[in-house]
Ligand binder design. Structure first.
Ligand code: G6P
Length: 583
């Protein structure tokens, strides 16, 4: 939530900050602002409601010179998105400017105390409370300003960049330092980076090397990042499997599991915690692990789990799935599980983020930075890792035969080619998606492995088109949602070939009997459903367990094309943020 970027060095700060803010805009785009110290030492703040573009327009006629600066793009928590609440916030004396990412939970009490001491507030934010408090302590204690924030990054030649993640600084340096909780980075011109804790004790810090490249952060020929990311999936899944799937040797090697074979062999239970799209991937993981490894699995919304006083045993394995690796609730669920002695395994995308740093082991999904707020390639990467994880555990526990394993390996390795075939249908989906832009509601149905894919399809549609959409297990339709079906109601049904196929066909008949409009995802060559459905999208055949990796692709495209036709801001839909670092 919120993006922060800062610069101190010999260059002009403003262009670096603005470029950085554009890259971080996915984290929030309610308002944006910069604070700059010009060469005569004057501190100025420029901010604007709306996107970074608005800030640029606003600051056009201003003095934007200076080699020290901080900048912020906001996702509103305390106070509506407006000019007053935009960051940076000034202290009363206007000598300190603050940007901040996160929540100050006791801000109300602090604010009251500061008001009593004569402080005046211009905004409703918790950040302004913090800046006044810093100002107050600095004066009262006659001490140095040492209330620095978030991530510190170092370049050898006497310049430092700081940012919420590595994207704003990748073209300037490949060397990064990740801060842990309760650590403060002190960066001063001409001095070495220091990391201290709140008691001012020195902490050691490791310089890590970034793999990220600039081209991964650019949209290229695509109209939106989301479309680029949908089309990247054949490659990202190949990257995800590289070095882990060995087709010649018919083998799967997931080192995070193999390094901890005893833990997985003796696991009493696996609990998967996640939020949003990652939670849908977790539901597929549950099917995969239970079917292949015969270990009981529970899937939990991290936000519910952490506050439920859950039963966690020392021989439980807790798997945390998170694209960003920064989701506050998932991180808290990890910390809770750790404190109870469980073994924690992370499945994340952002290398070096907080969740991987707080786990015992794990696997990165290696799909590259995901910029579109609606997750696409991260979902298929997560499912791919979960499939490899289940197969590796099954091998270790000997709950899978060599022949079955070989079958899976062969199927998995063909998934990227099969996705390429589905992507060729994008134009067809675009054409018929126009018919459905009128709809106010959608229902998505699927069974077994397709049920989480239906949930994910519905989530994609509501996130970016703002059309209300619900995913249901197909058989549950008659316990409620069927009452909604009439000639205005589009129903998306995943009706690929599997052992529940005939039952899903009956559901389609029930929808048609009530004049519902059916968009069906079917297996290539299907003749039965195509006679019933209004529109059919064919996907290649695969193993039932891997089917969501294929059936989700047309659902991503359907949501995308509907949203574009409706003129929505696909990459930055209203009210959402990519990295939810507040609970
Ligand atoms: C936000 C994003 C979703 C994402 C969810 C969980 O809501 O908009 O796309 O699925 O957070 O994020 P994570 O980074 O933990 O996977």
């Amino acid at each position: 939530m919120c993006g922060i970027v800062g610069y101190i060095g010999p260059r002009e700060a403003y262009p670096i900050l603005i470029k950085g803010l554009h890259r971080l805009e996915y984290r929030g785009y309610d308002s944006a602002g910069v604070a700059l110290i010009n060469n005569s030492g004057t501190l100025s703040i420029y901010k604007a409601k709306g996107k970074v573009q608005q800030l640029e327009e606003f600051s056009q006629q201003k003095d934007i010179s200076g080699t020290i600066g901080i900048a912020h793009t906001r996702w509103a928590t305390h106070g509506e998105p407006n000019y007053q609440n935009a960051h940076p916030h000034f202290s009363m004396s206007e000598s300190i400017a603050l940007i901040h990412n996160g929540i100050i939970e006791n801000y109300a009490v602090l604010k009251e105390a500061l008001i009593k001491k004569g402080f005046e507030f211009r905004s409703n934010t918790d950040t302004e409370v913090l800046v006044h408090l810093i100002d107050f302590i600095k004066r009262e204690e006659n001490t140095d300003l040492c209330r620095a924030i978030q991530l510190a990054l170092q370049q050898g030649e006497g310049e430092f960049f700081l940012a919420s993640d590595a994207t704003p600084i990748v073209e300037y340096t490949k060397e990064v330092v990740y801060l842990n909780d309760n650590e403060v980075a002190i960066i001063e011109r001409g001095k070495e980076l220091r990391v201290v804790d709140f008691m001012n004790s020195e902490k050691s810090h490791k310089i890590q090397h970034l793999e990220l490249t600039i081209s991964q952060l650019e949209r290229g020929e695509y109209e939106h990042f989301m479309l680029k990311e949908i089309f990247e999936q054949p490659r990202t899944i190949r990257d995800c499997m590289r070095g882990r799937i060995n087709i010649e040797g018919n083998n799967v090697v997931l080192s995070g599991v193999l390094d901890n074979t005893e833990k997985f062999k003796n696991a009493r239970r696996i609990i998967i915690v996640a939020c949003g799209t990652s939670w849908h991937a977790a539901l597929i993981g549950e099917h995969l692990i239970e079917s292949l490894c015969r270990i009981p699995v529970e899937v939990e919304y991290a936000s519910e789990f952490r506050y439920r006083n859950p039963v966690i045993y020392e021989d439980d394995i807790v798997i945390a799935i998170s694209q960003s690796g920064e989701t506050a609730d998932t991180l808290a669920a990890v910390e809770l599980s750790r404190s109870k002695g469980a073994f924690i395994y992370g499945i994340c995308n952002a290398v070096g983020s907080s969740i991987p740093r707080n786990t015992n082991s794990g696997s990165y999904i290696h799909v590259g930075p995901e910029i579109g707020v609606a997750s696409t390639k991260a979902f298929t990467g997560q499912v791919t890792v979960l499939a490899m994880l289940a197969l590796t555990i099954a091998k270790v526990k000997e709950t899978i035969s060599q022949k079955e394993l070989e079958g899976f390996v062969a199927e998995l390795s063909q998934i990227p080619d099969k996705i390429e075939k589905i992507l060729e249908k994008s134009d067809k989906i675009k054409k018929f998606s126009r018919i459905f832009t009128y709809a106010k509601n959608f229902i998505y149905l699927g069974r077994g492995f397709s049920y989480p894919a239906a949930l994910e399809g519905a989530l994609k549609l509501k996130e970016i088109s703002y059309i209300h959409a619900e995913g249901y297990p197909a058989a549950e339709m008659k316990h409620g949602p069927i009452a909604l079906i009439d000639s205005d109601m589009p129903v998306v049904v995943i009706a690929t070939k599997n052992n529940l196929y005939e039952k899903v066909v009956s559901n389609i008949q029930e929808i048609k009997a009530r004049n519902g409009r059916v968009i069906a995802i079917v297996t290539e060559g299907d003749t039965q459903v195509s006679k019933l459905a209004d529109f059919c999208i064919e996907v290649p055949d695969t193993h039932e367990y891997l089917d969501p990796l294929l059936s989700v692709i047309p659902l991503q495209l359907l949501a995308y094309h509907i949203a574009v036709t409706k003129g929505r801001d696909v990459d930055q839909p209203r009210n959402l943020a990519k990295s939810v670092t507040v609970e």
